[in-house]
Design a protein around this ligand. Structure first.
Ligand code: FES
Length: 583
């Protein structure tokens, strides 16, 4: 950190002092307004002012405890000699926000960047964890590039399903779809469903499977932007409160040492994050977010980089949906540091982290405490990879699938397409009990990509038709340009690019066309000859845009395709953001 003119104390320059130490009328007004709310002059003069960016809301149940956690962060900041100020930011409660939180990830990222730019903050503690909040917070902080640390919301506690037939542990998300399918098939009663509604998510915290939330928070820890071990701590564990205080204490030191995201978010850090994603059997959503987060740091990650990493690093975390345990078990097993220690040969160990130490130093005392939950390298949870990138005439720019959460029998498959243009069409067809279905059918959903939907909702786990559910069918090959919840499972090919709304080949598929998938060859092929495809393309018309104003218009006009991270093109790359004028 450089000494700047106007630093009367000779201490490192703090940007907040442009507001609070100003000797003119503006400084008078800034201090006056802080005193208006009971803050003393000496609280903000000459001290690091720390923003606690809080994504709490009463419609984000995963973040229900974050107001209390903000108080624990404040304690740490004060004890380290800083001054904390809590700033609310858009809360992206995954289940409640429609049509999808993905539509608003970039909104949150822009908000964080502008909050930190426009206000007197020297550093930031980022409170979040529910799915898109994590990349949104990180992308904004990375662009603004002031010292920042991520304080994860933490996973919820294990849940129970108690029924006359037994008592078993269940997790949020994964079991929601599983039980719903069982209910549709007549295997679970309405009373049991009511009981599950009340029991399955019994405590604050993020989904406790290896869904998008747990994947993304772990990735942020692997990137070095969260304290070691912090993202595995259950939200309701007392260690979580102590971790929040540690975050508050640490950010003050980071400000004094001028440790910025750009020093942590290196190519090696992103390689570590990809390796961790694969070992976790993490959510396919992470593919998009990793590309976008890297893009903000000026680093390019390709789908092929991820495919190569997935071929090297096996799935070792025995967690739903690829495995059979939950985040609470993962914590008891040693958490992310234990997993990282297991895969350390694939990691770049000299990367620096917000702990002030390297990855190697952070992992010194890490060890696996339960080898069934965190497997050894030669005992993977699945012989299949966490991710495969497919290409072919149906996905020239790529598509992804999570083989470890799919039915192995469908990973080499050929079947006739049944095409839907909207999930409501699919839902009506699935509910029609008089309709005959061939289980080999390939279900296709289009108009669900970043521009088409818009926002690329998690519609990619297409429902199985009810008549097939009753016959015991639980998986089919399903294709879309949508995303899929990380808590879900099935043979679902996702993120097909280019998306159908911009004329990608998915737009040209017709009912009965043969579609082939071959995971070993990384192939996704539409068996229709080129002349016929050219005829269909000539006749194709883009669907009319369904929303043309406000933020959604901004989104549609600027969002990139899935392989590029779905960021706004004007926010990509690492540039120096100018400080606001103060007059
Ligand atoms: Fe918030 Fe799953 S709904 S993490």
């Amino acid at each position: 950190m450089s000494d700047q003119p106007g630093s009367a104390t000779g201490k490192p320059f703090l940007r907040s002092q442009r507001w609070f130490a100003d000797t003119g009328m503006r400084g008078f007004a800034h201090r006056q307004r802080m005193q208006q709310q009971g803050v003393r002059r000496q609280d903000v003069i000459g001290k690091p002012v720390i923003a606690i960016v809080n994504t709490w809301s009463e419609l984000s149940p995963c973040h229900a405890h974050l107001r209390e956690r903000a108080e624990q962060v404040k304690k740490g900041v004060l004890m380290a000699g800083g001054y904390p100020l809590e700033l609310p930011a858009m809360s992206l409660g995954e289940v409640m926000v429609k049509p999808t939180t993905m539509l608003y990830r970039n909104f949150l990222a822009m908000e964080v960047e502008e909050l930190l730019r426009s206000l007197p903050c020297d550093g930031a503690v980022l409170l979040g964890g529910c799915d898109k909040t994590t990349p949104g917070l990180l992308m904004g902080a990375s662009s603004m590039d002031i010292p920042s640390i991520f304080c994860p919301a933490g996973p919820m506690l294990n849940d129970r399903y108690v029924s006359p037939s037994g008592n078993r542990t269940v997790g949020a998300g994964t079991h929601t779809r599983m039980f719903w399918d069982e209910y549709q098939a007549g295997k679970i009663s309405a009373e049991d469903m009511q009981s599950l509604e009340a029991r399955m998510t019994r405590a604050p915290g993020t989904c406790n499977t290896m869904g998008t939330a747990s994947t993304m928070t772990a990735i942020v820890e692997a990137l070095g932007m969260a304290l070691p071990g912090s993202t595995s701590i259950p939200a309701m564990d007392s260690a979580h409160r102590r971790m929040a205080t540690d975050c508050g204490e640490r950010i003050v030191h980071m400000v004094l040492q001028d440790q910025r995201p750009s020093q942590v978010l290196t190519r090696g850090a992103f390689d570590n994050a990809m390796a961790v994603q694969m070992a976790l059997g993490g959510s396919t959503n992470a593919v998009i977010h990793l590309v976008a987060m890297a893009g903000r740091a000026g680093i390019t990650i390709s789908l092929d980089d991820m495919d190569q990493m997935a071929r090297k690093v096996p799935v070792l975390a025995n967690l739903f949906p690829a495995g059979e345990r939950l985040m609470e078990d993962f914590y008891y097993a040693g958490g992310l540091p234990a997993l990282m220690k297991t895969i350390q040969d694939f990691l770049s160990l000299d990367e620096q982290t917000v702990s002030g130490k390297s990855v190697r130093e952070n992992l010194t005392n890490a060890k696996v405490l339960d080898a069934q939950t965190i497997r050894a390298l030669d005992q993977p949870v699945s012989p299949l990879a966490a991710l495969a990138v497919l290409r072919g005439n149906l996905a020239p720019d790529g598509a992804v699938i999570k083989p470890s959460a799919a039915d192995p029998k469908l990973l080499k498959h050929r079947g006739p397409a049944q095409v839907f243009n909207h999930p409501a069409e699919l839902a009506a067809a699935c509910a029609d009990e008089s309709r005959h279905w061939d289980p080999a059918t390939v279900l296709v959903l289009r108009n669900a990509g970043p521009i088409g939907a818009p926002g690329m909702p998690e519609w990619g786990n297409l429902s199985i038709p009810k008549p097939l559910l009753k016959q015991g069918v639980r998986d089919m090959l399903r294709l879309s340009d949508a995303r899929m919840s990380g808590t879900h499972y099935g043979t679902c090919v996702l993120h097909i690019a280019p998306e159908s709304a911009v004329g990608g080949p998915l737009a040209l598929v017709e009912n009965g066309d043969l579609i082939e998938i071959d995971i070993d060859r990384r192939l996704l092929q539409l068996h229709v000859d080129d002349a016929e495809l050219a005829r269909r393309r000539a006749a194709w018309q883009a669907p009319p845009p369904n929303q043309l104003r406000g933020y959604v218009r901004l989104f549609r006009e600027n969002v990139s395709q899935a392989p590029q991270g779905c960021d706004f093109k004007f926010l990509e790359g690492h540039t120096t953001i100018p400080e606001p004028d103060i007059f």
